[in-house]
Design a protein around this ligand. Structure first.
Ligand code: 6R9
Length: 660
């Protein structure tokens, strides 16, 4: 971005929290003042929500910035905090996980059950030679064993590296090799879109190229045939026969807890390293604060996969450290029918739902009749994560899922940040649809211009984090230089702006501050479009398109243009019932171009709009604009290996000839 991001979207709706929620909220407005008065003391109090075996001596050691150490000298065990302490508090019979398999099979695990399974897995891993500091790769479907495997690693101090079960053998190989994993935990397969989908052959292919792997532990889920080698052990013969007695030993606050490779759409994946005390402190506190989680009465459901950071922080570590009861679902939202999510909410009386904009927009496309067919009255807080949520999708979510009255918390954060950073608090914030609103208590964020100067209210630029936070990444595994270069060299002390300068973390997202100083995320900086000298955010144009009643989802890109430098090319998915054939399609396209011009101004009018049945997305559901840019500029497609569904690009290419 050569100039500040243009500020085009003017969204003025605002929704205060329901009075009852506000009155009984876990976290109230005074938390902001409390944290502002003494940020480190605030985080010490949040760390105090956990059970420590040894008290820390120093809250933050920033002397070797930007390599942070939090709660220096403190010791704790993450699995003890997620399991044992609840069992010891007589909550062993409380349900930890209501698990729902895609084919409809179910399992209920109490805290005592999950504790037992985790202890057995810890003993089995120890028997296989895994010791503290070793790396274990986890490549599993969404089954309770995935949580137990992660917790078992944490319990014995092994560093887990969860690889999303949809990734290819190459992706798995690279990740195993980068971390030199000693053991891989996998399954014969899982259920996806109504049928078993094998995992073990992918692991076999990867392990053949990974000499570091000594053993492979295999959970039997589908019962499909699997090839077997000398390294393989069945989970049910190894873990489920192991002793359930295991004493969790404490580890240093800075002991490596996990590596998670970013879903990055470009370049070599980065192994983001998180450690123990600071990570758990912030994952745990934010679950309590942002979802207002009341462990005694709530039923929480995060629809993410455990292979993403959202699954790490908001399925495993955040909810379990708070003693929550949660739902875990193995499959896809439309198997066996498009009401599956709402059926699950209804069945388990889910009170807190945390999902992604891509899913909300898909539900919009399918139509509001589907959620209307279920009893969603148990819900009380709705969350969103992964991409900017367009105001219209936010309103739809509140209206059709949140019975027109629930708070929607739009949570901005990254694999790198480890936990939620910018978000409304459901009992405090009068939220604006499409805005992540304000940094949470204890978090310092800003929007800066090219020179790193904070922009005034109403201005746009780059989102930065200006103070270290407990769950921050500690480095990129094995590559400190890349860590410095990627996140710390753009602004502040890392950019060499003088001795004594402050370290500023560059998040890679464009953002603006509105007139009240609230933060709006505008998409990845790499995606920003430069049209006739104006920087225009992809998110704002997409939101304008989604605000048209005929559009469910949209993606825009800047394509090279001889007159304007770049021109806006849009791809739009019509809502379910919209007529798009022949003249009706032409008319809709013309209407949409005018609608964007009217909403945002003539500068944002797309040169071209294509109606498409689907958009290319990463496996975590983020739109891959890079591929659409290839289409818009008539290039052959770049790397498509991270695409969720590779046939999508063919569909789009086929549809384009009909475009305008
Ligand atoms: C948690 C997660 C991080 C990137 C981030 C940003 C985008 C996530 C968002 C959001 C706008 C939100 N992002 N949440 N953008 N509003 N509420 O998704 O981690 O997979 O590492 O992605 O996702 O671009 O930089 P990760």
């Amino acid at each position: 971005m050569s100039e500040a991001l243009a500020n085009l979207l003017n969204e003025t709706r605002q929704f205060p929290p329901p009075a009852e929620l506000a009155a009984n909220a876990n976290v109230k407005a005074d938390a902001y003042d409390e944290a502002a008065t003494d940020r480190l003391a605030f985080w010490e109090r949040q760390a105090g929500r956990l059970a420590w075996s040894k008290q820390w001596e120093q809250t933050l050691d920033w002397s070797n910035a930007p390599f942070a150490k939090w709660f220096v000298g403190g010791q704790l065990n993450v699995a003890y905090n997620c399991l044992d302490r609840h069992v010891e508090a007589s909550l062993g019979d409380k349900v930890a996980i209501h698990w729902e398999g895609e084919p409809g099979d179910t399992r209920t695990l109490t805290y005592a059950d999950l504790h037992k399974l985790t202890c057995q897995a810890a003993n089995a891993l120890t028997d296989l030679g895994v010791t503290a500091g070793d790396r274990v790769a986890i490549y599993l479907p969404m089954i309770p064993e995935a949580a137990a495997a992660m917790l078992a690693c944490a319990r014995i101090g092994a560093t887990h590296s969860v690889v999303f079960g949809g990734f290819s053998a190459d992706a798995l190989t690279n990740r195993i090799q980068d971390a030199s994993a000693k053991v891989v935990i996998t399954a014969d397969g899982g259920y996806r879109r109504g049928k078993p989908s094998a995992l073990k052959p992918t692991v076999d292919e990867a392990v053949a190229k990974c000499p570091s792997v000594e053993h492979v532990l295999v959970v039997r889920r589908t019962g499909g045939d699997v090839a077997w080698s000398a390294k393989d052990r069945w989970w049910h013969e190894t873990v489920e026969t192991a002793s359930p007695e295991h004493v969790a030993r404490p580890f240093d606050a800075e002991h490596p807890l996990f590596i998670l490779y970013t879903s990055g759409t470009t370049a070599r994946p980065k192994g983001i390293l998180h450690t123990t005390g600071g990570y758990l402190t912030q994952a745990s506190y934010t679950t309590h604060a942002v979802f207002d989680l009341k462990p005694e009465s709530d039923v929480y459901w995060c629809t993410a996969d455990i292979g993403w950071v959202t699954g790490h922080s908001y399925i495993v570590y955040g909810p379990l450290s708070n003693g929550a009861t949660q739902v875990m679902y193995e499959g896809t939202p439309d198997t066996p029918h498009k009401g599956r999510f709402w059926e699950i909410v209804d069945k388990y009386k889910v009170t807190i739902l945390y999902t992604a904009p891509t899913l909300i927009r898909t539900m919009m496309k399918w139509g509001e009749d589907i959620p209307a067919g279920y009893d969603l009255s148990s819900l009380r807080v709705l969350g969103s994560v992964g991409e900017p949520i367009n105001p219209e999708a936010w309103i739809w979510y509140r209206q059709h899922v949140g019975h027109g009255e629930l708070p929607v918390v739009d949570t901005w954060w990254q694999t790198e940040t480890g936990a939620i950073m910018i978000s409304p608090l459901p009992g405090v914030t009068a939220a604006k649809p499409g805005s992540a609103m304000s940094p949470l208590p204890g978090v310092a964020a800003d929007v800066v211009d090219d020179q790193g100067q904070p922009v005034p209210n109403g201005g746009g630029g780059y989102l930065v984090l200006t103070e270290p936070w407990p769950s921050m990444l500690r480095t990129i595994w094995g590559d400190d230089n890349r860590f410095l270069e990627t996140y710390w060299s753009r602004f502040g002390a890392g950019a060499g702006s003088g001795a004594g300068g402050d370290w500023v973390y560059f998040a890679g997202d464009g953002a603006k501050k509105d007139d009240d100083g609230h933060v709006w995320l505008l998409g990845r900086v790499d995606d920003v479009m430069l049209v006739s000298g104006h920087n225009i955010s992809t998110t704002e144009v997409e939101s304008a398109l989604v605000s048209h009643p005929s559009v469910a989802e949209a993606a825009v890109v800047g394509a090279t243009d001889p007159t304007t430098g770049q021109a806006i090319v849009a791809f739009a998915i019509p809502r379910g019932s919209v007529e798009t054939g022949g003249e009706a399609g032409e008319q809709l396209i013309a209407d949409l171009r005018n609608h964007v011009a009217k909403t945002l101004g003539p500068i944002a009018k797309p040169r071209q709009i294509m109606l498409v049945p689907e958009l290319p997305k990463t496996r975590s559901g983020k739109i891959m604009r890079r591929l659409l840019r290839d289409v818009a500029e008539h290039r052959s497609l770049g790397d498509v290996t991270t695409l969720q569904d590779s046939s999508v690009m063919e569909l789009i290419a086929a549809g384009i000839s009909g475009g305008k």
